[in-house]
Design a protein around this ligand. Structure first.
Ligand SMILES: [Zn+2]
Length: 69
């Protein structure tokens, strides 16, 4: 099982998150602060879901914009 490391935004500790916890918010192992949910695969959003996701997500977001021809 693959693991990812998520840095706690409150205390800076690295937390190991299993890849199957995709999209689930976790708790920091050292300060119990909230960790942003991990997305290890791209999430496809559209006009109606983009703003809601980006404005509610507490971690960094990498976006690729594309449009059909
Ligand atoms: Zn922490």
């Amino acid at each position: 099982m693959q693991n990812f490391e998520v840095r706690c935004p409150s205390c800076g500790a690295l937390n190991r998150v299993p890849a199957d916890k995709e999209g689930i918010a976790g708790k920091c192992g050292s300060c119990r602060g909230e960790l942003p949910p991990l997305y290890s695969h791209p999430l496809q959003l559209d006009d109606s879901t983009f703003n809601a996701f980006v404005s509610s997500y507490s971690g960094p977001v990498l976006v690729e914009f594309w449009a059909p021809w």
